[in-house]
Design a protein. Sequence first.
Length: 245
Amino acid sequence: MRILIVNVNTTASMTDAIVASARSVASPGTEIIGLTPVFGPESVEGNFESYLAAVGVMDAVTRYEGDYDAVVQAGFGEHGREGLQELCDVPVVDITEAAGHVASLLGHKYSVVTTLDRTVPLIEDRLKLAGLDVRCASVRSSGMSVLEVEERPEDAVKAVVAEAETAVSQDGAEVVCLGCGGMAGLDTAVAAATGVPVVDGVTAAVKLAEALVGLGLTTSKSRTFAAPRDKRITGWPLTPDSQGA
């Protein structure tokens, strides 16, 4: 089984960290292939960047020339999953929804701890769209940017732990979700500090993707996620003048 795991930003070192986390839980025989978009923002923290990243992610998948059995979109609260489901004939799993679904199996309510406060509404909207908001006690901001989480891991752990503890003690969360692909690998430290299960969306998505492939299931193509209609797309993925810029 081969799973493509696509970083939503163009920071290759973050892709490497996400891939390492994914491989740590992948079953024997599952190959994890990491993809980094060739264009887009270095980190995603807002609607403009999220929509831009969605195009970059779809481009990265359509550029991939090998066979694959599933796709994981490794961006928390980001746009683009629906487009990938139209483009792909294999299961597509978004880490936001994967985290919420898994967390809902582990406790009555869960909370998400993410990066900057401006990303909180995006995550709330994606959870609502997926029907996962009813079980969400809160979405909390650690106050650290995506790049800061990568560059200052010790500070990131402290900031995420502090918000996770508040989510448990004040918001009634029984499970905590890490609300950023770049937080992959922080689950052990947060679980030790809070005493509750901590779900990393990357690893959860990999196991759900494996399960869907193993069950022989993929996205319905009957209506909503039918393949895009055959028509001319001008300037995809970039205009000729900007190629290689």
